[in-house]
Design a protein around this ligand. Structure first.
Ligand SMILES: *Cc1c(COP(=O)(O)O)cnc(C)c1O
Length: 374
């Protein structure tokens, strides 16, 4: 067993799903488990979310959906954007729900559906680009695409969009994107298209923009107990972080005043101190540039600074006058209570130090780190 691992608290994840489910009801919660469940383990996360009341799942890639099916997941799985046309047969065979928004995307799914032996029509969701300009059909194209979906023998079960600035709930673009979406819904309805599942909200919108909760909310980051952004922080008070990143001290040494540490000897000690080596580095997802922006870890419940450059497999910690021994537990992200105190370091803290978002921190924890579930 390697002395560096991530612990995923599935109870916290289930709690978070329930909190959001209660908030958004009667909207359904579909759990977003792309990117290996934001680094938390897709299959385990999906099972926990469904157990806590989520009624569907969302993924980014065909492969991600197929892995959930291989794991025995029977719930609806929405693939959030069009995939290469070569994937269409697999999408249909695995009973994934494709998102479509181009004539070519519809044609590929329709051809795969026609070639399959399934009795029920293949269900698709149509995505509208209401202003983010990432993926989706232009609103002016929506009706023609809905007609094409039905003409191809597919079932238009869902219609959705995505807000560019949901993590800034007061931004005017949110209201205008939702108005554009509603206008498309109205025009499709007038032409006889009434998709049963409308959706527009990610985590931030589900928490902060009541009018964005339609039939479904697509719940990603908040399910993992991480804030979508500082502006919605207050709405996340009940959420609990599910992931902690832990290691053990692998070596302890006394270092004299004036000595340096790690590559380039870029940190020098002004006083004699105790330095602990921790066997986790940037190949595990502890970004190298954290050494410059400040990084602390918890040992015996006390914050201690990472000193010197973070290397590929290891980093060093200045333990000062604390007594630290090989095998002692180190918390890089998470909570720890011990003989020297009690504290918590959140993924959001790393994100703030690095000028990024919590999403990137947890998605960056590499495959080399075993996920232990509890
Ligand atoms: C990733 C994603 C989500 C989930 O967003 P969170 O901010 O993590 O809740 C929802 N919808 C789409 C289209 C996505 O790509």
């Amino acid at each position: 067993m390697r002395w560096a691992w991530a612990r995923v608290d599935l109870g916290a994840l289930e709690h978070n799903v329930r909190v959001v489910r209660d908030l958004v009801a009667p909207s359904e919660v579909w759990a977003v488990v792309k990117a290996d469940g934001y680094g938390h383990g897709a299959l385990q996360t999906a099972r926990a979310a469904l157990a806590a009341g989520a009624t569907g799942l969302c993924v980014a890639l065909t492969q991600e959906g197929a892995e959930l099916r291989a794991g025995g997941i029977g719930a609806p799985i929405l693939v959030l954007s069009e995939q290469p046309p070569e994937d269409a047969a697999r999408i249909v065979a695995e009973r994934l729900t494709p998102t479509v928004y181009t004539p070519g995307g519809i044609a590929a799914i329709a051809a795969a559906a026609a070639a399959s032996s399934g009795a029920d029509p293949v269900v698709v969701h149509l995505k509208i680009d209401t202003g983010m300009h990432r993926v989706g059909a232009q609103p002016s194209q929506a009706l023609a695409l809905a007609d094409a979906i039905v003409a191809a023998g597919l079932s238009l079960a869902g219609l959705f969009t995505h807000l560019a600035s949901a993590d800034e709930p007061a931004a005017g673009s949110n209201a205008s994107q939702l108005a554009t979406f509603d206008d498309v819904v109205t025009r499709l309805a007038a032409a006889g298209h009434a998709p049963a599942l409308l959706h527009a909200a990610n985590s931030a919108a589900a928490l902060a923009i009541g009018g964005s909760r339609r039939d479904i909310v697509r719940l990603g980051i908040a399910m993992y107990g991480i804030e979508p952004g500082p502006a919605v922080s207050a709405l996340c008070a009940e959420l609990r972080p599910a992931l902690s990143l832990r290691a053990r001290v692998s070596l302890v040494k006394q270092v004299a005043a004036g000595e340096g540490v790690s590559y380039g000897l870029r940190h020098h000690f002004t006083e004699a101190t105790t330095v602990a080596t921790i066997p986790i580095g940037y190949a595990d997802g502890v970004p190298r540039r954290l050494f410059a922006s400040g990084c602390e870890v918890l040992i015996h419940g006390r914050r201690m600074p990472v000193v010197g450059v973070i290397t590929m497999d290891q980093l060093m910690v200045d333990c000062g006058d604390a007594t630290v021994e090989v095998g002692d537990e180190v918390v890089l992200i998470g909570s720890q209570a011990g003989s020297l105190g009690s504290d918590t370091i959140r993924a959001e803290e790393w994100a703030a130090r690095l000028g990024t978002i919590g999403y990137e921190i947890v998605c960056g924890i590499s495959k080399r780190i075993e996920r232990r579930f509890g």
